[in-house]
Design a protein around this ligand. Structure first.
Ligand code: PEP
Ligand code: MN
Length: 453
């Protein structure tokens, strides 16, 4: 779909708007262009959600990862929902990231950069523009930023007012995250507390509890040696989402008055999805024009030449950490397809973060009709990813997973096994199936084992 011309005074810099002249995939058919324009003007005048300096900090952290001195843990919902923004759900998501990071930091001995799929992950690319049920065809659900999940004509009609609600919801989520991380909740000395509700219930929780005991003992030792552990009081958690709706993203681009650099300030890290990464497309042009650290998803059909060209386009200065390449090949293809890409990127002299998304290549439809993923497949893709990097002598830089802090039953398997028959019990995702808390912890323990193997 063609996107709207902006009015003259909305965004001054023409290079930010260059994407508008290019083919732009996966945009909604907004029924009311005037309402869209009004919303976008309001967003253009609104305060940014994050700050450029924070994006630079994340770039530095990812630069360390790219150079082999850290690990990226990126995770959260497939699709956040406006109704899902509550103190408890945000805290639960944060806790599971903190617990996973504690496992990785302690058991694998590597600094972990924590990035949520959070505070902006409200727009979804779809394979089909419409969905048919019982003879009725309606627009596909494109995320709460665009329309509603409910299968009615009213809910499925794109509504630009949702963009403002997404902005507000993202602001509220970031506010909670900042309060929880700066206010002491993320203090490593509270490593046991993050587990409180969870431990009694699960095998993964018990395993975590033992590790938390060890961390406590290590901290006591440090203090007994006369050293302070007060630096552990706060931690950094960054926000990321797929930069899909370019009207929304453009409206939140700001130029730093001190440095003159431009950032997409809807989140710290933005990524380009598998369906929107064509080289001559609008999404790549948009991303090339901002200074944020960027992700790009790479499916099993990503061509070596395309990946080379993406690197040239998005990381022309070869800045370590500017690019995170997120391979989502599927367990059956990762060992076959990933090596050529890793070698080509290395030959280009780019220092990227290689991350493994073990979710999107391993989706199947269960007999009950639920979209699901097998935990064993997820682990197998990560194993393949580690094997490839080990064989090439490159750094397996991170994982990118869909997870939630709740005890949902969306993916099958795990140490507290979710069976295929259990899927209907708590299947709550608005889009793709997520790892529950126990499965997320299992995954962290396994990654820590591979890392230190
Ligand atoms: C996603 O991350 O939810 C997604 C749609 O991924 P991909 O672009 O890799 O299919
Ligand atoms: Mn998804």
């Amino acid at each position: 779909m063609e996107s709207l011309e902006m009015d003259e005074n909305s965004l001054a810099d023409p290079s930010v708007e260059a994407w508008r002249a290019l083919p732009v995939a996966q945009q909604p058919d907004w029924p009311d262009p005037t309402a869209l324009r009004t919303t976008l003007s309001a967003l253009s005048a609104a305060p940014p959600l994050v700050f450029g300096q924070e994006c630079d900090t994340l770039l530095d952290r990812l630069g360390e990862v790219a150079l082999g001195r850290g690990f990226l843990l990126q995770g959260g919902d497939c699709a956040e929902t406006l109704d899902g923004v509550g103190a408890e759900s945000v805290r639960n998501k944060l806790e599971v990231l903190l617990q996973m990071a504690a496992v990785l930091t302690y058991a694998a001995g590597v600094p972990v950069v924590k990035v949520g799929r959070i505070a902006g992950q409200y727009a979804k690319p779809r394979s089909q523009p419409t969905e048919t049920r019982g003879g009725v065809t309606l627009p596909s659900y494109r995320g709460d930023a665009v329309n509603g999940l409910e299968f009615t004509a009213e809910a499925r009609t794109p509504d630009p007012a949702r963009l403002e609600r997404v902005y507000q919801a993202s602001a509220a989520t970031l506010n909670l995250l900042r309060a929880l991380t700066a206010g002491g909740h993320a203090d490593l000395r509270r490593v046991h507390e993050w587990n409180r509700d969870f431990v009694a219930l699960s095998a993964a929780g018990h395993r975590y509890e033992r590790l938390a005991d060890e961390i406590d003992a290590a901290l006591s030792f440090i203090r007994a040696c006369g050293m302070s552990t007060s630096a552990l009081r706060t931690t950094e958690v960054f926000a990321s989402h797929e930069a899909l709706l370019l009207d929304y993203e453009s409206a939140l681009v700001r130029t730093d008055p001190d440095t003159g650099r431009r950032y997409a300030l809807s989140g710290h890290l933005l990524w380009i999805g598998e369906r929107t990464r064509r080289l001559d497309g609008a999404h790549v042009a948009f991303a090339a024009g901002v200074s944020n650290p960027l992700g790009v998803k790479l499916g099993p059909d990503a061509a070596v030449d395309d990946v080379r060209a993406l690197v040239d386009r998005l990381d022309p200065l070869r800045t370590p950490g500017r690019l995170t390449l997120i391979a989502r090949m599927g367990r059956g293809l990762v060992r076959d397809r990933l090596p050529a890409l890793v070698e080509a990127v290395r030959a280009e002299g780019a220092r990227v973060v290689w991350a493994c998304d073990p979710m999107h290549g391993n989706t199947f439809t269960a007999p009950s009709g639920h979209k699901s993923r097998r935990f064993e497949d997820v682990l197998d893709e990560i194993t393949g990813f580690f094997e490839v990097h080990r064989a090439l002598g490159t750094h397996p830089g991170g994982v990118h997973v869909e997870l939630t802090g709740e005890d949902v039953t969306e993916c099958v398997g795990g140490s507290d096994e979710v069976l295929s028959d259990d899927l209907p019990l708590r299947y709550e995702t608005a889009c793709d199936p997520r790892l529950n808390r126990g499965q997320s912890m299992d995954l962290a323990f396994r990654v820590a084992e591979w890392f230190s193997a």
